[in-house]
Design a protein around this ligand. Structure first.
Ligand code: GLY
Ligand code: MN
Ligand code: MN
Length: 481
């Protein structure tokens, strides 16, 4: 609980920072491990001194408007602070292992209109740093550090646009090393981060389940978006990890369809890719849901079964040391065999078809990605390239191995996108595809199933608990008149 003790509010005209706000907490503070992250980044930088300087996201308005844009903290800043408040800064003095958080100067106007910004006392209780200072102290502190150390130790910044606002004459800056170091630090999650991703997944599961229980009452994609958001916000997830994708019928074949405003009419399936965010950590969950009493067609049932097999076969192989690219290849092989059984792929061996790129017409995206502070989280190297690259064309740099503590998605899909199929007609790979047959599947759009997997020492834990497959169907049926 936050108590502003006005009797202790002491604002002098010449020093608006000298305020006293009493903060009491009524719960054990579970601090974000910012200091541990700062040390990890320094280790990835591989240096013993220097100053990491990070600028938090500022309050900004929409263009030509007096209304603020919804605030979204910069993720690199959050990683070293755990602070989701605007207009903050931080420094980490590597040699002295000193993490300092700078909070905005007190502004009476801001306090009256928007509520008070963080005070240093409150910040001390809530965050894991060594020093807490007002912004007014930042320039002096930076100058003092520069005078003492900057001759041989650089200030590490993320971008050349984020230079500290001090005299730049002779300043030793490094704007190239920090991003790769932070990306490498962020790729393996610690226990706290896993807890946040797990919680984000719990809220997503509630929201997906709510959609399944109510889908039979709905007739428009917008209702899905509305109910999903309602459930997440009501359960404490104010933000989504990404824009909700609720594509019915052919819209399910548009990978990042976000208009979500069309009627279902006679459409067969809806692809719902939606994930709640929890304390800046993402979940990324896709379910493809029948819009009829049962599977609306053999086509829909068959494609769902292939994608389900792609996902199950890939998930069960997840473990440390696995080359993720090999899983992606396995998913393509299962897709090819399945589409051959249906006659959508008509000639050629599995290998020939894969090499031609024909399976990428139906499965054009990568099998997965890291999940963390970003839904497509950063890492030292991407775990996979997109689906257009058969094995031979994937450069070596794109083949890192899974490690314990990584959180990744496994999200196979098969889509029948009219534009992709039209385009395929003109390509040499067209000879492998029965395009007339493939066109018959266009009305169902596509199927994607996506879960978030934690790589454990012995294998994996599936963090996504949203119903799918049989359980999904039972929920839909159980709630039918
Ligand atoms: N929701 C975006 C993705 O699945 O990558
Ligand atoms: Mn994803
Ligand atoms: Mn997704």
């Amino acid at each position: 609980m936050r108590v502003l003790d006005l009797s202790k509010l002491d604002i002098s005209p010449d020093d608006t920072c000298d305020i006293r706000i009493t903060v009491e907490t009524d719960s054990e503070c579970d601090k974000y491990p910012a200091k541990q992250h700062a040390r990890k980044v320094a280790a990835k930088l591989g240096v013993r001194d220097g100053l990491i300087y990070l600028v938090g996201k500022a309050t900004i308005n929409w263009g030509d408007s007096d209304q603020p844009r919804p605030f979204r903290q910069r993720r690199y800043f959050y990683y070293l602070s755990g602070v989701e408040e605007a207009d903050c800064y931080l420094t980490y003095d590597i040699r002295n292992d000193l993490l300092t958080l700078y909070v905005p100067n007190f502004s009476l106007q801001h306090a009256i209109w928007m509520g008070p910004t963080l005070t240093v006392d409150e910040a001390r209780l809530r965050y894991d740093a060594d020093r807490f200072r007002y912004f007014a102290a930042l320039r002096g502190d930076l100058n003092a550090w520069v005078d003492q150390y900057n001759k041989d130790s650089p200030i590490y910044i993320l971008h050349s646009t984020q230079k500290p606002e001090i005299s730049s004459e002779g300043l030793l800056l490094d704007d190239t090393s920090l991003i790769p170091a932070m990306n490498a630090a962020r790729e393996v999650k610690d226990e706290y981060e896993i807890r946040m991703i797990r919680k984000a997944n719990e809220v997503s599961a509630l929201a997906h389940r709510n959609i399944l229980e109510n889908i039979h009452r709905m007739s428009n994609e917008g209702e899905i978006e509305g109910l999903f958001l309602d459930t997440c916000v009501s359960h404490g997830s104010k933000n989504q990890s990404y824009e909700i994708i609720a594509g019915s019928g052919p819209n399910a074949a548009v990978l990042h369809y976000v208009k979500n405003d069309e009627d279902f009419n006679e459409r067969q399936l809806v692809c719902l890719d939606a994930g709640a965010e929890w304390n800046c950590y993402a979940s990324d969950v896709t379910r493809t849901i029948p819009l009829g009493k049962d599977w609306p067609s053999a086509h829909a049932k068959d494609i769902y079964a292939i994608v389900e097999e792609m996902q199950e076969e890939c998930i069960k192989r997840v473990r440390p040391g696995l080359r993720f690219r090999d899983l992606q290849e396995l998913a393509h092989v299962i897709a090819i065999k399945g589409l051959q059984r249906l006659g959508v792929l008509k000639i050629g061996t599995v290998e020939e078809i894969r090499q031609s790129g024909a399976s990428s017409i139906f499965f054009p995206h990568g099998l997965g990605h890291h999940v963390g502070l970003e839904v497509h989280d950063v890492s030292a190297q991407p775990i996979t390239a997109n689906g257009h690259w058969p094995r031979e064309f994937v450069p070596e740099m794109s083949t890192p191995l899974l490690q314990e503590g990584m959180v990744i998605t496994i999200e196979p899909g098969i889509y029948f996108n009219r534009l992709a199929l039209e385009n395929a007609r003109r390509l040499p790979l067209a000879k492998y595809i029965d395009l007339d047959k493939a066109e018959q599947y266009i009305p169902l759009g596509g199927v994607r199933i996506e879960d978030d997997l934690l790589v454990t020492s012995t294998g994996y834990e599936n963090l996504t608990t949203a119903p799918k497959g049989k359980e999904m169907l039972e929920i839909i049926r159980g709630h039918r008149e």
